[in-house]
Design a protein around this ligand. Structure first.
Ligand code: RIB
Ligand code: CA
Length: 308
C-alpha cells in the first residue's frame, strides 16, 4: 500500500506525542495541526513543536482553535499535567508554529491533494470548522480516522470520552458527514492497547534523547492510571487512530450509525452507536472493535526506538 498522506490534528498530550512519532515513521505527514484539548492551545502547540524538535522532524505545525464551538474550553491536567506533557524535564523549544491557520491548512491541503486522511486525535473543533467552511472536502478526503468516543463506558464521564465531550457539537458535525470513511477508535478499542513498565524499561535500556524522553512521559502517564484506576498499564489512545489508517488489517471494524449527544446534562458527549440487530439506520462510521495489540505495540515501540 502506498504511504498514506495524512494531516495529524492533535492536542499533545502524552499519547498524542507518541502518535506524532509513529505517524512520522508510517505516514507522509503533510501537516500537524493543533487544537485546545488536553491543555490550552498555546501548550498543545508548544508540545507538538517540542516533539518535532526532539525527534528532528521537519513538519509544519499549524495552530488551530483555542476553544470549542459552543461549550467552554476544558482541559485534562489530571491525565497530562498542567503543561499537557508533564513528566520528563522540558527542553527549550526554539521551533515556531508555521501559522495559526490550521483550519485553512486542512481545507487547502485536502483540496490540493487526492486521498488525504484527516487523523484527529483531540477534540474535533478544527475538523468541524474546516467541514463547515468547505463542505466539498468531505468528498475529497480519503477518510477521517479519529480517536474519540466509546461503545461502552466513557472516561471523562460515565458515558463520554474526553475528545468528544470537550466539543460535542464539533463531533456531531464530523459524524454527520459520514465522510467516505469515518473510522472511530474509541475507548472500547484503545484500552486494548496499553503500554506498561516493560515498554518504559525497554526505551530506557536503549537510551537516546527521544526514547528516554518518552520513557519519562510513560512514567508520568502510567502513574496517573495507577493512581486513578489501579492499573499498571496506560492506553495508547491516539496511535490507534494512526494505525487504523496504516495497518487496518490489525483491526476489526463494524459499520454503525453513530450520533453524538450534544445537550444531555448527564450524557453530554456520549457517542451513541446503533448496535440493534437488523437496524435500518444507515451506517456513518466504521467503529473499531478489536486490535492485534501485540503487533500494534511492536510498531509503536519500534517507531519510538527508531529515533534513538
Ligand atoms: O480520551 C482520550 C483522548 O483524550 C486522547 O486523545 C487523549 O490524548 C485525550 O486527548
Ligand atoms: Ca489527544
Amino acid at each position: 500500500m502506498a504511504t498514506p498522506k495524512i494531516i495529524l490534528d492533535c492536542d499533545p498530550g502524552h499519547d498524542d506525542a507518541v502518535a506524532i512519532l509513529l505517524a512520522a515513521r508510517q505516514c507522509d505527514v503533510l501537516a500537524i495541526t493543533t487544537v485546545s484539548g488536553n491543555a490550552p492551545l498555546e501548550m498543545t502547540t508548544a508540545n507538538a513543536l517540542l516533539m518535532c524538535q526532539l525527534a528532528g522532524l521537519d513538519l509544519p505545525v499549524h495552530a488551530g482553535a483555542d476553544r470549542p464551538l459552543l461549550v467552554p474550553a476544558a482541559h485534562a491536567p489530571r491525565a497530562h499535567g498542567a503543561t499537557g506533557l508533564d513528566g520528563p524535564p522540558r527542553p527549550d523549544v526554539h521551533l515556531e508554529a508555521a501559522s495559526n491557520d490550521a483550519v485553512d491548512v486542512i481545507i487547502n491541503t485536502a483540496r490540493a491533494h487526492d486521498d488525504v486522511w484527516l487523523v484527529p486525535v483531540g477534540p474535533l473543533t478544527n475538523v468541524a470548522l474546516a467541514i463547515r467552511q468547505a463542505p466539498d472536502i468531505v468528498e475529497r478526503v480519503a477518510g477521517i480516522s479519529l480517536m474519540g468516543g466509546a461503545v461502552g463506558p466513557g472516561n471523562v464521564t460515565p458515558t463520554a470520552e474526553f475528545n468528544i465531550w470537550a466539543d460535542p457539537h464539533a463531533a456531531q458535525i464530523v459524524f454527520a458527514t459520514g465522510a467516505p470513511l469515518v473510522r472511530m477508535a474509541g475507548l472500547n478499542l484503545t484500552h486494548q492497547l496499553c503500554v506498561g513498565p516493560s515498554e518504559t524499561a525497554a526505551l530506557r535500556a536503549q537510551g537516546g534523547i527521544v526514547p528516554e524522553f518518552v520513557a519519562g512521559l510513560f512514567d508520568f502517564y502510567l502513574a496517573g492510571y495507577r493512581e486513578r484506576a489501579g492499573l499498571d498499564a496506560a492506553p495508547m489512545h491516539d496511535p490507534c487512530a494512526v494505525l487504523a489508517v496504516t495497518h487496518p488489517e490489525l483491526f476489526t471494524f463494524g459499520a454503525r450509525h453513530v450520533e453524538v449527544e450534544t445537550s444531555g446534562d448527564v450524557t453530554r458527549g456520549m457517542t451513541v452507536a446503533d448496535e440493534r440487530p437488523g437496524t435500518d439506520a444507515t451506517p456513518n462510521c466504521e467503529v473499531a472493535y478489536s486490535i492485534d495489540a501485540a503487533t500494534a505495540l511492536e510498531l509503536i515501540v519500534d517507531a519510538i526506538r527508531s529515533y534513538g
